[in-house]
Design a protein around this ligand. Structure first.
Ligand code: G3I
Length: 454
């Protein structure tokens, strides 16, 4: 079953259109309802609640869960998560694959096939959705990313005790169905276990011990998946929107304890450790807000510095949590969210000889900087044909860009499969979003047609 309701600092920033250079959520309409879990090292400051403006791109991590909620998700139920070999899941085991795996009446038969000569088409899956949405996955996608199951706290909740079961089941499904697997994410400021940054006596871990822990994690995880995971997001979200490093001088949920304790050298060390563990894996730096000129330049400078030192970096991931239109607010990050700015990022990064992948694509209906409340949250009734067409047009323009850069883009992954299973609807506010190509019943939306008809 899909996790119900989540209050996430990062998400709040993302969803509530933070505008400061420190990524601090600034939406006055958000409330502070976060409760931290004992096992997470960082807690978020705000939670999504009724009223916020909707999201630009992502703004960092969380690691916190909310106590409230009870939101359910139509598409997530039923799976037993008992598949060990995968491949046969889908409607049979999940019981919730209500759609057809669907095809439009005419036109291209499936997404991955249509893009076969361009780049792989991926989807983020969770421990249930790879079963409940198996029909869609098998029909339209040829690459998979685990949405949460390969993050630090998922794999090493307790020191030196690695838990691979959930991730292995996802990988097994992918292997059975001849799908590629992207690994996400080895080093991130979010979703880390509390022990990681602790010395065990109430203080902060030493520099040397943290470095050892980081290398040990990377080595163990990358070796475990060697030969199955072809690409890793080695470092996730290390830069800020003004082009500076994400440091320890930020609010909980936003700060990087990696940078605070190790300094910026943790990035190079992480890539080196991953390369040592699997010399064949493609190693990516992954981040959001790549359309902001200052941030894309900062990422470029950081990557160029790494490459100049001989650090094994092979690609850049553009998360691409997009919105149906850019923000009209000049101080909002999503003010810069347009095709031309995304194109600049692709040009800049590829000029370094790096691959580019779109790693977390979705297009929210909510416009950053606009205030929404319970009465203006979208529902199936208010997600009108006009809005569907508008979302389709937004998808079309970005996919035109991706196709234009097919020589450097080596993958496009959606952050979810269908609208019944999206992180953008995981809010205690009850706010729903409809950001993907397939609807609540797994049927293709106009956005699907916009992407496959060219
Ligand atoms: O694992 C616990 C579970 O034990 C508990 O019962 C449940 C209660 O809600 O929470 C579960 O953890 C949640 C986890 O997802 C797994 O479901 C966390 O609270 C929740 O914070 C977490 O959210 C994920 C988020 O990353 C964490 O920051 C989202 O699903 C995931 O889509 C999102 O993905 C990120 C990328 O990794 C990086 N880029 C941005 C993107 C969107 O925020």
């Amino acid at each position: 079953m899909r996790k119900n309701l989540i209050s996430i600092g990062l998400l709040s920033c993302l969803l509530w259109s933070c505008t400061s250079s420190t990524s601090a959520p600034d939406d006055a309409a958000t409330s502070t309802t976060t409760s931290s879990t004992a096992s997470t090292a960082q807690t978020s400051g705000t939670s999504a609640s009724a009223g916020g403006g909707a999201g630009g791109s992502n703004a960092g991590g969380s690691g916190s869960t909310s106590a409230g909620g009870g939101e359910t998700n139509e598409g997530g139920g039923g799976g037993t998560d008992s598949a060990t070999s995968g491949g046969t899941g889908g409607a049979g085991t999940g019981g919730a694959d209500t759609g057809t795996g669907g095809m439009p009446d005419e036109g291209p038969k499936n997404l991955a096939e249509k893009y076969a000569s361009l780049f792989p088409i991926g989807a983020a899956v969770d421990s249930q959705s790879y079963m409940t949405h198996a029909a869609l996955l098998k029909t339209h996608f040829n690459s998979i990313t685990a949405e949460n199951e390969m993050k630090f706290e998922s794999l090493q909740r307790n020191e030196n005790s690695f838990t691979y079961d959930a991730a292995d089941r996802i990988v097994s499904f992918a292997v059975t169905n001849k799908m590629k697997v992207r690994g996400h994410a080895l080093v991130w400021h979010s979703q880390n276990p509390a022990w990681l940054f602790s010395n065990g006596s109430g203080g902060t871990v030493s520099r040397q011990t943290l470095l050892t822990r980081m290398k040990n994690h990377i080595s163990n995880v990358v070796r475990h998946f060697r030969g199955k995971v072809y690409a890793w997001d080695v470092v996730n979200e290390a830069m800020m929107e003004d082009g500076s490093y994400r440091t320890g001088n930020l609010a909980d949920g936003q700060k990087s304890r990696w940078h605070e304790i190790l300094g910026e050298s943790y990035i190079a060390e992480a890539f080196k450790a991953a390369h040592e563990a699997d010399p064949d894996a493609k190693l990516f730096y992954n981040d959001f807000y790549n359309y902001i000129p200052a941030k894309q330049q900062g990422i470029y400078n950081m990557l160029k510095g790494l490459l100049d030192q001989g650090v094994p970096v092979h690609g850049v991931g553009l998360q691409a949590h997009l919105n149906i239109e850019p923000s009209a607010v000049t101080t909002n990050q999503a003010y810069h969210q347009n095709v031309a700015n995304m194109e600049e990022a692709i040009k800049l990064y590829s000029s370094l000889g790096l691959d580019v992948q779109v790693t977390e694509l979705d297009i929210s209906l909510y416009i950053p900087g606009v205030t929404y409340n319970q009465s203006t949250f979208y529902t199936t009734a208010t997600f009108t044909d006009a809005l569907k067409a508008k979302q389709a047009a937004r998808y079309r323009e970005f996919f035109e860009l991706f196709r234009k850069y097919k020589s450097v883009i080596t993958g496009v992954t959606f952050w979810g499969i269908a609208d019944d299973n999206t992180w953008l609807s995981e809010f205690s506010s009850g706010r729903k979003d409809f950001p993907l190509l397939f609807d609540l019943n797994h049927n293709p939306k106009p956005a699907y047609d916009a992407v496959v008809r060219f």
